[in-house]
Design a protein around this ligand. Structure first.
Ligand code: SAM
Length: 262
């Protein structure tokens, strides 16, 4: 390590220290030349330093002002800019308005304590992010990328699958970080879907997904008591299913079909 830093647990600070993993993230992210990369939590800039060599520009959000000493000096006169604030409080659309680019990617080893808020923020930003390549806790990655029938499959898997094709790229051992965390991690890629299903009303879809998974062990009849069950049953029939099915067996398209018919 070529810097001094007091690591802060409250900011989820586990910095990557493995050169091979850093190279592998950038390689597998497949960042086209004319890309603006948004990074959340550059830390001491290990990943930033690799990404800057392949991207057109990097815009990095860092909440810990103590890292200014390291980062400002390290990235002076480069294609990297910083915003020293909580990513969750920013208006991303506004922040990137002066950049020119053909693609926008998010590439980041994010702070795990706000994994879901970060992903939701990206989805709701109104910015056309083509691909998100992020490191997350292994068990969170398993949930995000789970397919129907898998025990990890839940409302977040269906919700994310509405926006993205999700893949676990590779696992990263806890030994690759300073300080060493308690859990292993995984690199996820979330590629924006070009074939997003047609939905009459997103709010209805999202409420249906949430309610269907309310009690994991209960079937749809029990979890969806307040809905028009006859209509739901009619849709389920098309898929050879009925109200005794559990939400964990339904794929996104079935949820979409139900929500378009209630
Ligand atoms: N990217 C670096 C690396 O791979 O070595 C650091 C990763 S560390 C897991 C997460 C980083 O996110 C820390 O630098 C932390 O200070 C920063 N961070 C935490 N909360 C943040 C927030 N709300 N907005 C922006 N950065 C944040």
């Amino acid at each position: 390590m070529d810097y001094q830093h007091n690591f802060k647990k409250k900011f989820g600070q586990n910095f990557l220290n493995d050169e091979n993993i850093l190279n592998k993230i950038v390689k597998e992210a497949e960042i086209p030349e004319d890309t603006l990369v948004i990074e959340i939590g550059p830390g001491a800039g290990a990943l930033t330093n690799k990404v800057k060599d392949v991207a057109k520009n990097v815009l990095a959000y860092e909440i810990d002002l103590d890292l200014q000493n390291i980062l400002i000096d390290k990235f002076k006169d480069t294609n990297v800019e910083f915003i020293w604030e909580d990513f969750l409080n920013r208006n991303i659309k506004e922040d990137i308005k002066d950049y020119e680019y053909s693609h926008i990617f998010v590439v980041a080893n994010i702070p795990y304590y706000i994994t879901t808020p970060i992903v939701e923020k990206i989805i709701n930003s109104g910015v056309d992010v083509e691909k998100v390549v992020i490191m997350v806790q292994k068990e969170v990655g398993d949930r995000f990328s789970a397919k129907p029938g898998n025990k990890e499959y839940g409302s977040i898997s269906v919700f994310l699958n509405y926006y993205y094709d999700i893949k676990e790229l590779f696992i990263v051992s806890k030994n690759c970080f300073t300080p060493r965390p308690n859990v292993d991690s995984v690199i996820l890629s979330l590629t924006k879907r070009k074939d997003k299903p047609e939905v009459k009303d997103e709010k209805t879809l999202f409420r249906l997904i949430k309610d269907s998974f309310r009690f994991k062990r209960k079937n749809l009849r029990n979890n969806l008591k307040e809905y028009d069950l006859l209509k739901i049953e009619e849709v389920l029939k098309k898929y050879n299913k009925d109200l005794t099915a559990r939400a964990e067996t339904l794929d996104l398209n079935i949820f979409v079909d139900i929500s378009n018919n209630i």
